[in-house]
Design a protein. Structure first.
Length: 329
């Protein structure tokens, strides 16, 4: 957590910095709800969601006026866009109204991060699109229905999310897919991306290493070592590039560059991140919030990525150590 004047200073710096190739542009991401209709094995906000079952106070559902103020911050920091995150943002009945406000003040990038279940209702998709949402990030962790439902914690999630993405495609929107890479799914990444490209119109794929937060703390057996995931990840990105002539973008989150040789440009979290994260009673630039939570090895001093690389999560290092990290000359 940081004080607001620190945030202002950091946002000023962001405006002055040029994003490296392969990076997402700066944005404001707001945790607008801590309720969900899934219960993912690795949900990073799973603890807050469980605490808020049956509650409707501002910790569970942030007040409409507060979220409007979050949206205003995009203009203030001249960021590229706004993302509704959670929990499951689509469980807010006022989401279309909030998106309409973002559109009204002229934001060009209005994103919703979702498990995709609600998009199975096409009329709802239409309403959201009409209100101004133009970036749909949908979690789709496996191409195998049973495994997807197991990871998301609710039977039928795969079927609904699949139909949901189809609906968005039919309404003219490509989707951005988020895949959290786990012990359960990483060996199937190549088949997974082929399935996605065959069935959906996709704008980008976000490959995310699981974070040891929330539900994952109780399920550490689902966390795979990065060095094991990395070769599968690199091959999956090569497939995406080959099958789409690089028209579908790939981004890697929570992975260090030394483990993905030749694919470093796809790592999103190198250097300053440019994302302001806001939730009930806190706001933080992601760069600031990472300080103290990420760690590097002594050998990182010899690595050419040392100044830009944030290292690995401390909780990950406690589980797997730091011997995977190999300095790049
Ligand atoms: S600085 Fe360390 S963790 Fe980062 S890429 Fe280099 S060796 Fe890997």
């Amino acid at each position: 957590m940081v004080k607001k004047n620190t945030v202002k200073q950091n946002t000023k710096n962001i405006e002055e910095q040029t994003m490296p190739e392969g990076r997402q542009a700066s944005k404001v991401e707001s945790l607008v709800i801590f309720k969900c209709n899934c219960n993912c094995l690795m949900c990073s906000t799973g603890l807050q969601i469980k605490r808020n079952i049956g509650s409707a106070d501002y910790h569970a559902v942030r007040p409409f006026e507060d979220v409007k103020k979050d949206i205003d911050r995009v203009k203030e920091m001249k960021a590229a866009g706004f993302a509704f995150s959670g929990g499951e943002p689509n469980l807010r009945r006022d989401l279309p109204e909030l998106a309409a406000y973002a559109k009204k003040i002229g934001l060009s990038h209005i994103e919703v991060q979702s498990n995709g279940r609600v998009y199975a209702y096409k009329e709802y998709c239409r309403k959201l699109i009409d209100s101004g949402v133009n970036n749909f990030v949908v979690s789709f962790h496996s191409h195998k229905p049973e495994l997807a439902d197991k990871i998301m914690g609710v039977p039928g999630t795969f079927k609904q999310a699949f139909q949901g993405i189809k609906n968005l495609n039919e309404l003219g929107h490509k989707v951005k897919i988020n895949i959290v890479m786990l012990e359960l799914n990483y060996k199937q990444l190549e088949e997974h991306v082929k399935f996605l490209l065959k069935n959906f119109k996709i704008q980008e794929i976000r490959f995310t290493m699981v974070m040891l937060e929330g539900n994952a703390i109780d399920n550490t057996d689902i966390v795979a070592p990065m060095s094991k995931v990395a070769p599968y990840l690199c091959r999956a990105i090569d497939i995406v590039n080959n099958l789409t002539a690089r028209r579908v973008q790939s981004f890697i989150y929570n992975m260090v560059p030394c483990l993905v040789p030749g694919h470093e440009i796809y790592i999103n979290d190198l250097g300053p991140l440019g994302t302001l994260l806001i939730g009930p009673e806190f706001e933080a630039m992601l760069d600031e919030s990472m300080k103290g939570k990420k760690i590097k090895a002594p050998v990182c001093q010899q690595c050419k990525y040392n100044s830009a690389c944030h290292g690995v999560w401390r909780s990950y290092a406690e589980l797997f150590g730091l011997t995977e990290l190999k300095p790049v000359k």
